[in-house]
Design a binder for this molecule. Sequence first.
Ligand code: AP5
Length: 219
Amino acid sequence: MRLLIMGPPGVGKGTMAAYIKKTYNISHISTGELYREAIARMNSLGTLAKGYLDRGELVPDAVTVDLVKETLKKSEYKEGFLLDGFPRTIPQAQALDDILEEKQWKIDVVLNLTADDETIIERITGRRICSNCGALYHTTNIKPAVDDICDNCGAALFQRPDDNRETVARRLKIYREQTEPLLEYYRRRGLLRDVDAEGTVADNIKEVEKALGGFNDND
Ligand code: AP5
């Protein structure tokens, strides 16, 4: 199964990706996560990407396309993957088409998560992440048992540097201008499935399951 998960920043893509990964035993590739790992390692990709992420801007297409191209060469993605945060522009979508065509692979479903801007801002500004295992929490919606400590592994939680109101406003603006037009790109091909992500995580899972109806890990 090859899936794309799309939607505005903070709508819950990472949360649903974790569920899909576990339930369908599918590899998860998040371009945002790849950039954050590169920044933590302080390698040349991280040095290049840091300013863009801190400002809430998109890293240039050529850089991101190369990153995805290299990542998809790994054998673990042969059987399928869930691509989260890519493509985000029309040129990225066209580049993905070329990469897939070369490998004779095709996308099965594009999930499009939707929620109001108010919900999104509340989710992003309250997000906390485990510094060790990456588990996602929220200061009011999804609280850990002990404040600022991960339930799974006991490590400290942190807040992403781009999770502040000013940067979120920029990320949302860029999403509307550059990423939203992509929805039509996939809708025209009959691949897009809308997912109402306004409710609780449990509600969102039900919506994702509805949208994925007909697919299983043998597809
Ligand atoms: P990326 O990491 O992809 O960030 P994003 O798209 O802004 O998405 P987020 O990770 O912020 O949110 P999410 O939708 O995954 O929500 P989550 O599940 O965490 O990209 C970061 C940056 O990298 C970009 O700005 C750009 O600079 C660069 N980049 C990445 N890809 C690129 C590309 N293709 N091209 C160029 N640049 C690129 O949920 C959010 C919070 O809400 C959490 O706290 C969660 O616990 C909570 N929550 C989730 N669901 C619910 C619910 N149903 N109810 C209540 N709370 C909920």
